[in-house]
Design a protein around this ligand. Structure first.
Ligand code: ADP
Length: 173
C-alpha cells in the first residue's frame, strides 16, 4: 500500500506550541509529514529561512516520521516534489477560515489530486500566534508556555532588549 504523505507549509516565524500541536496530530494521521518552511514570503520575517528550519528541526526531533525542509513557490508544487497528496493547515478562528478557504480553492484548481486537510486548533492554542509571541518577547514578557525551549532562547537572543524596533515584526499571522 502506498504511504500517506502530507506537507505542513507555513512561515513558522517562529514555530509555536500551536504549530507543534498540529505537527503532533498530523504525525499520527499520516505515515510521513514534511514541514515546509516558506522561503520567499511576502512577509518580512524575524528569523531567516535557515534559522526557521533549524528551530523547527530541533523542536520536532521527537517525531521520527516528521521532516523539515524549506521551499520556494507554490504549496502544491512543494507537495508534489515531496511525494505528498495532502496539505495540512491549522485553523484557529473564523478569520483564518476565509483566507484558508480561498487558498484551498486555488490549490484545488492548480492540483485537483491534492487534498487540503484542515485541523482545528486545540482550544489552549486558539489565541496563540507567532506575531503575538514576538511582541511579548520584545516587551520582555516570558513566552516559555507558548513556544518550545529552543525557540524561547532564540527569541530572547534576537528580540530581547528592544529588538522590536528593528521593524522586523510586521507579519500578520
Ligand atoms: P502562514 O504564513 O503560511 O499562515 P504560519 O506560520 O502563520 O504560516 O502558520 C502555519 C499554519 O499553522 C497555518 O495553517 C496556521 O493557520 C497554523 N497555525 C498558526 N498558529 C496556530 C495555532 N495556534 N494553532 C493551530 N494552528 C496554527
Amino acid at each position: 500500500m502506498s504511504q500517506r504523505v502530507a506537507i505542513y507549509p507555513g512561515s513558522f516565524d517562529p514555530p509555536t506550541n500551536g504549530h507543534l500541536d498540529i505537527v503532533a496530530r498530523s504525525s499520527r494521521l499520516f505515515d510521513r509529514v514534511v514541514i515546509g518552511v516558506g522561503r520567499n514570503l511576502a512577509k518580512k520575517t524575524v528569523f531567516d529561512a535557515d534559522e526557521r528550519v533549524a528551530l523547527m528541526k530541533e523542536a520536532c526531533k521527537g517525531w521520527p516520521n516528521v521532516e523539515v525542509e524549506s521551499f520556494d513557490g507554490l504549496q502544491v508544487e512543494f507537495a508534489k516534489t515531496s511525494g505528498a497528496r495532502f496539505v495540512i493547515r491549522g485553523i484557529r478562528a473564523l478569520s483564518d477560515f476565509e483566507f484558508e478557504f480561498e487558498m484551498g480553492n486555488m490549490n484545488r484548481r492548480l492540483a485537483p489530486d491534492i487534498e487540503m486537510v484542515f485541523l482545528m486548533t486545540a482550544p489552549e492554542y486558539l489565541f496563540l500566534s507567532a506575531s503575538r509571541v514576538k511582541e511579548l518577547v520584545a516587551f520582555g514578557a516570558p513566552v516559555d508556555n507558548f513556544v518550545p525551549a529552543n525557540v524561547a532562547k532564540a527569541l530572547r537572543a534576537k528580540l530581547g532588549q528592544g529588538g522590536l524596533r528593528t521593524g522586523a515584526t510586521e507579519s500578520n499571522d
